[in-house]
Every structure is written in C-alpha cells, then in structure tokens.
Design a protein. Structure first.
Lengths: 324, 513
C-alpha cells in the first residue's frame, strides 16, 4: 500500500487533495469564481477581450419568457440550451434541427415545444446549477465541429480542455463523446480523453473509462497522430483566458468550429485530474516547472512560447498557421 | 507561516483537550471505560421512642467527613418534626423538634457513602491539650503507674506505647495490676473510657470514637467503640480490643466521644438501630455526585452532568456528531468515497441508533427505492423543482407512515422507529440520486448510494461504540482533540486511497517502462 502511494508520488501524479490545497485554494481567489461559474459573465468578458465565443441568441430568466422562445429564435434552426451556472456538462440540450413546431435533439429524437420548455424551467429552478440556486438559461449558437473529429467522435461536440497555470498552458486533452457518454464530452460520463502534445497539437495517448485505449471505442479508428488545426491560435486563446477571470489554476474548454475556428466554450476553476490519464503525464511536474519560473510575461504569445519551450515533446514547434 | 500557524493551533487544542481529559481522569477519578463501578453503602439510622404528648426534641449525632469514605448524600425522614443541623464540638448533630408529639415516634436518617481508601480526611484537628494526671484512687493508682511504667520501657513513641498498653490490657493472661485496672467493667465503651483515663496518667490525649462496622444487609446493628490517641500531630485510631491500628475499610466513624449519640427530651429514652446495604454504582455518577457535594472543581461544575437529564440525553447524541464528522473527513479526503451530500450519512447513522443496524439499512433502502420510483414517475408530469421536491417529501412521509403501520400490525415494533429518519434529508437524497441517475447513469447513482450507505454504517459502528459515547460525554474536551485532528487533516495533500485505483494504469505503465 505504502509502496503504491510512493509510486504515485514518484510518478508525480497530482491528487485531489493536493490540487485543492496547493493550487486551487492558493491561486484562485474565491471572489473570482462567479466570473467562471456564471457562463454569461464569462461570455461577456470574453467578447470584450476579443476572444471568440459561440454567439448568444438569448437569455431566458423567468418562466414567462419560455413562451417567447420561438420568437427569440426567429429563423435559427439549430441551437443549444444550457444553464448559466451548469457544471460538468449537465443540463445541456442540443437542438440540431427544427421540424414544424418540433425540435430534433442531437440523438435524432423529435421533441415538442413542451419538452424544451420543461427543460428550460428545470434550468431556471436551479436543477442543474451549482448549489441548486435559481438559474438562467442560455440559448446559444450550436458549434459545428471541425470535420477532423468526425471519424473519432459519436454525436455531441468534442472539446479541447487546456489546463492553464498562471497564464501558461501546461497540459491539454481532447474530449471525444462516445456512444457510452451519450454525446457528452465529460470523461466521468464515458467520453474519451485524448492527450495532446503541447508543441504540435498532435494527439498522443487516450483513456476511456479510466483504461488506456488506442482506438476509438465506437468507431475503431486509431486515435494517435491526429493534428488539431490552428494549434498555435488555440494555445494563445487559452493563455489569454487567464486575464478573463484572473484565476491562477484554470481549465479552458475550447471547441473548434468548422467555419469560425477555435471558440472558448467555458472556463473552469477546478479542472479535474483525468487529464493526467489522457496524457499519461504528471501534471504536478509541469505545474512545479511553471511555479519555478521567476517571471511570467504579460504577453500571452510569450507565455505560449514558454509552453512550447517547456512541454513540447516534438520540437521545433509546428508553424503557427493563423487562419482567421 | 500558514502551516506553522495551523500546527500551533492544533498543538494548542490538543494540549487543552488532552490536559483537561487527563486532569479529569487522574485527579477527579472519572473512569475511562463506561462500566467502572464502585461500592456504595447506604446506611440508615432508625430512632424510635415513646413521646409524652408535649414538645419533644431528638438530637442525633451524624457522621462528619468519615475517614475512608466519601459522602454522596444524606436525607432525613422527619414526618411532622422540624429539622435543624448543627455542629457540636467535633460532631455534627441533627435536631428534630416537634411542638406536640405523642405515641410511637419513628425518625430516620440515611447517608450514602462511597468507599474511597485514598479520600482525604482531616485527622489532625482538633489539637488537644495534654491532660492532667488524674487523681487515681488506690489501688488503681499504683497499678496504673506500674503498668504505664512497664509499657513506657517497651515502646518508642505514642503509637507503640498505646499499642503495648492495649495488648497488655487485653492479654489473656493479665497480670495482677491489669486485673486491678480492668476491675469489673463489662461494656466495651466503659473499657475505652477506662483506657482514656489510664492514658491520661501518661499525659497522652485520647478520645473514644463510636463507629459502625458495615456489613451488607445488616439490620438492628449497634455501635462499637474505637480509641483514638493524639501523637502531637494527628489522631491515631486503634481497635481497643485487638490493638490494631487504623480503621478497617468497612468501619464507618459515626461520632467522637463516648456519650450516647442519641438524646431525646419529651419522651422515652429512645432506641437507635442501624441498617446498611451495599450497592454497586457507576464511578461516573459517584465522582459527579461527590464533586457536587464538595463544590470544588470548576471543571465539574460546568460538566454536562449538571444539565437536566433530558438535556443530557440530547447531548449524549449531539456530542457524537463531531465523531461522525471526523469519520466523514477521513472517509472522503483520505479514502475518497463519494457520497450524496456531505453530512447526509451522519444523519442516517444517527437514525440507525434507534432502528438498529439491520432494520436501519432495510428501512433506508426501501424508503429511498420507493421514493426514487415515485420521483421517476413525477418526472413525467414535468413539475418544477420546488413543488417536485415537496411532492417527494410528502411521499417520503407517507411511505414512512405506511411502513410504521404495517410493521406494527405485523408485530415488528422496530419498524416504528422509522419515524426517526430525517425525512427532509431523505427527500433531498432521492432528488439528488435521481439527478445523478439521469445524468451519469444508474451505475453511478447506485454506486454513490451504496457509498453513502457504507459511510453511514461505518459512522454508526464507530459513533455508537459504548466506549466512544462514554468518552465524549464524560470528557467533552476530547472534542478539541477531534477538532485539532480535523484541522490537521484539512491540510492533508496526499493521495486519496481511491486515487490509487483511479491512476493505477499510470503506475503500472510506469513500472513496466
């Protein structure tokens, strides 16, 4: 037993207690949590800072407004309903299509306005929010994910989680929805976590349900060696998010839209530890490397350079192709 | 800095909590285990007399700080008599008075005593003056002087002097002189008075002490007389017949002086009889009662035993909650078990106390299962959150009531205790469980449900150990120790046990390389 603890320690695995005590509590000011816990605030601040986010179609704050949903949507065919204070991807409803008065969900099922309205009123009553306080429902653009993921994901929207420490991106993974996760990009719910090389944005190793895998469990396609497009832009985006909420230990969730490129979906003040499993790398070592730096530059680009410098496996870094 | 601060605080709490506990254990004699008991004597003096019909007064000498015992309490059964207590020389006296009394009268005095060999009793006061050598009549005088002279030569100090004298006085082969000294006295008390008179010839202060030799279930017992001599610093007791020094553990000193302990005016001379019974009682209660009697220790004044019994029982339960909280911290942060709600399992464990474990598990599982089924049905009705929670709560209460009725009809009285389950907590648990069920799947929901149940069972097993309950109730300052441990665990940054499992592949992978 003690030997096992020791080998975890030697592997430099960051545990929950250490994450909370040494990183979350030390580097994240409690008063800044609302900035990331409320996705509306995050979105507004991101827009002000010129960071790409999915377009917000509207906000529903009271029960009465639910009836106005069709008017709010106008011509829009596809959209996402999510709670402003949601956590862990809970309470998100994805509508891919409208058919007469009905809505088609991501899994292909047609539901009526009543179903969507009930989902929204559940959100308003705080069913999906942290601590159960009353919440608001956001209606926003459905991201059409980049075709590169088509082979390796099952419905839903894959996203890229980057842990940013003191403004320096330290580790990243792609989260691919599977049949098991029912289209959700959450590792606890059965999504596939794929590690990324910080230098090139190439996929490396993967974990599924806490097991190491090499192929996508649904499609059987190999996972390693896929290149995330616009990797440099993505890292810079993640690094810039540091200024949005001033959280030292931050998780940035980015989606790749096939037309609009990387967009910030949400920020997380307590990013989980599974990223270590996806990358088969110690998060603690990397965090300590950043901790040891005397000076961290203000310019996000220079911070990305630090990332490339410290954590890239395949140097030199990939050419920074910036496609708007 | 922060860490040092925390450690100092923890050490301080440990010192205060541990110190107070140690003081109560070592100095006040509070027992560490719940089942320590001690001998308690209940001694009853019964006075009967024939009253004349006029005013009557009864004086009875009663014990005062008897050596070898702790007085736990006394009571007086006085009937129509008024009662007063007073000091009279070295003794305490109870005085019963009545304006008019006739016929047979009975008065009782009862005292409760705990045996305590180490108890402190003042044996030094009062310091007597040296008696004058009495004017002995002849031939008593010359016999006494001869015997005293012989004894003095055989002894070193007052104690051994007395012992030699007593041995000689009671010898089966008394010399001529001793026979003169003994004369034709036949009562033991008179012999003691005689001895005091002889000792005065050596200018040794002595006094008679009336004692009661306690035997379990004794009735109609009478007093014996002991002899005490003063050696210049303290009184030394002797058995006047066997010459043994000191009081045996079952001898209760009732009064000093050879006069009769009972005097009656306005009636016949009265009879005095003693009865005694021995019982076994918990040391805690005895220590409490004693501390209250003495009113010495602040710590005991502010103990939970000073509360009314009702409140005591509440605290017996409440004080266990911190123990449960400690367990929660350990199970969640060190082991890493996932549960519904932070402290829900503790409340369930508290409910288990009434239901007992097996029934508790059965009732908890059935209520949650039925509640979940109904919650899933309510999902179809598309209710808003608060009304839905209220509906679940109502259903939970109804299910509990139905359970109680059915189990009562079946003659299973345990089933009635379901009423003690925290229903609001149950309703919240059901709601959360159904959310987890929907969002993370049945497996996750059931896993967390079982996790909560296991934590509740573990908490129950620890919290309701008789030893644990005894310790926190008798030594509530131990909670400071618990607090210190919780504070220290608050800075535990090591791995959780479940993380070994979670990251097992990383370790295996690494070891393979």
């Amino acid at each position: 037993m003690i030997r096992l603890f020791k080998s975890l320690r030697q592997a430099g695995i960051l545990g929950m207690n250490e994450r909370n005590a040494r990183f979350v509590m030390l580097h994240n000011k409690r008063s800044n949590y609302p900035l990331v816990d409320d996705k509306l605030i995050t979105k507004r601040r991101a827009q002000d800072a010129g960071i790409h986010v999915p377009t917000l179609y509207g906000v529903i704050e009271i029960e009465h407004q639910i009836r106005g949903l069709p008017r709010m949507l106008g011509e829009i065919e596809d959209f996402v309903v999510k709670p402003a204070h949601g956590s862990g991807g809970n309470g998100i409803m994805v509508i891919t299509d409208r058919h007469g008065g009905n809505f088609r969900l991501a899994n292909g099922v047609l539901v009526g306005m009543e179903e969507v309205g009930h989902h929204i009123s559940n959100i308003l009553s705080g069913m999906h929010s942290l601590g159960g306080q009353p919440d608001r429902a956001m209606i926003e653009q459905r991201v059409q994910f980049d075709p590169m993921f088509e082979e390796v994901s099952y419905r839903g929207v894959p996203d890229i989680r980057t842990v940013v420490f003191k403004g320096v991106p330290v580790m990243a993974m792609v989260r691919l929805p599977t049949r098991r996760s029912n289209g959700k990009a959450n590792l606890h719910q059965g999504a596939l976590g794929v590690g990324l090389d910080m230098g090139t944005g190439l996929t490396t190793t993967a974990v599924w349900k806490e097991r190491f895998v090499d192929e996508h469990p649904d499609t059987g396609n190999p996972i390693a060696g896929l290149r995330i497009p616009e990797w440099g832009t993505l890292l810079e985006l993640a690094a810039r998010c540091y200024h949005l909420a001033d959280l030292g230990y931050l998780g940035v969730d980015v989606v790749l839209d096939r037309h609009q490129g990387p967009m910030v979906l949400e920020l997380n003040a307590r990013p989980g530890l599974s990223i270590q499993l996806a990358n088969r790398r110690s998060l603690l070592r990397r965090l300590e490397q950043v901790e040891a730096l005397d000076d961290i530059p203000e310019d996000p680009r220079q911070r990305v350079a630090i990332t490339q410098d410290l954590f890239a496996k395949n140097n030199p870094p990939a050419p920074q192709t910036v496609i708007a | 800095m922060n860490k040092l601060h925390l450690r100092l605080l923890a050490v301080l709490l440990l010192a205060i909590g541990g110190g107070a506990t140690w003081y109560k254990m070592a100095v006040l004699g509070l027992p560490v285990t719940p089942d320590s008991t001690t001998q308690i004597w209940t001694v009853e003096a019964r006075i009967t007399f024939e009253a004349d019909g006029g005013p009557s007064q009864v004086n009875l000498a009663i014990p005062h700080n008897p050596p070898g015992f702790n007085v736990l309490g006394e009571d007086f059964v006085s009937g129509q008599y008024g009662l007063a207590r007073d000091r009279e020389g070295d003794n305490r006296v109870a005085m019963w008075t009545a304006r008019r009394a006739s016929g047979n009268q009975a008065l009782y005095y009862r005292i409760q005593l705990a045996e305590d060999a180490n108890g402190e009793t003042d044996m030094t006061s009062p310091t007597p003056s040296y008696p004058e050598v009495p004017d002995y009549p002849e031939p008593f005088g010359s016999a006494a002087l001869t015997v005293l002279q012989d004894v003095r030569e055989e002894s070193a100090d007052i104690s051994s002097f007395t012992r030699r004298l007593l041995l000689r006085y009671n010898s089966s082969d008394p010399g001529e002189n001793v026979q003169v000294l003994r004369g034709d006295i036949d009562s033991a008390t008179a012999h003691v008075d005689n001895l005091i008179d002889i000792l005065a010839g050596a200018r040794i202060p002595a006094r008679a002490v009336q004692v009661l030799t306690l035997r379990d279930r004794m009735r109609r017992a009478e007093m014996n007389t002991f002899l005490e001599v003063h050696n210049g610093s303290e009184w030394i007791p002797f058995n006047p017949v066997t010459a043994e020094r000191g009081y045996p553990s079952n001898v209760l000193v009732w009064k000093r002086g050879s006069e009769r302990p009972l005097s009656v005016s306005g009636g016949s001379s009265g009879d005095l009889e003693f009865a005694a019974a021995r019982t076994v009682r918990e040391v805690v209660a005895v220590a409490e009662q004693r501390a209250m009697q003495r009113g010495t220790s602040m710590l005991m004044d502010f103990s939970l035993f000073s509360l009314p019994v009702q409140a005591q029982n509440t605290y017996r339960l409440l004080l266990l909650v911190p123990i449960g909280a400690l367990m929660m911290v350990f199970l969640r942060n060190v082991i890493g078990i996932a549960t519904f709600g932070t402290f829900m399992p503790i409340l369930i464990a508290l409910a288990f106390r009434e239901t007992q474990l097996a029934w508790g598990i059965f009732l908890f599982t059935s209520v949650v299962a039925i509640g979940l089924a109904i919650r899933f049905y309510l999902e179809n009705l598309k209710l808003l959150l608060v009304p839905r929670l209220a509906a679940v709560l109502i259903v939970v209460v109804l299910v509990m009531a139905v359970f109680s009725i059915i189990s009562h009809k079946l003659g299973l009285e345990r089933g009635l205790s379901i009423a003690l389950f925290p229903m609001v907590i149950l309703a919240m648990t059901i709601e959360r469980m159904s959310l987890v069920w929907e969002e993370h799947g049945a497996g996750q929901a059931i896993r967390q449900g079982i996790g909560s149940l296991i934590v509740a069972i573990l908490a129950y097993l620890v919290m309701f150990q008789p030893q644990v309950g005894h310790l926190v109730f008798v030594f509530p300052e131990l909670l400071l120790v618990v607090l210190a441990v919780v504070l220290l665990m608050g800075r535990y940054t090591g791995y959780r046990l479940t993380e070994l499992w979670r990251f097992r592949h990383l370790i295996l992978d690494r070891n393979r390389q």
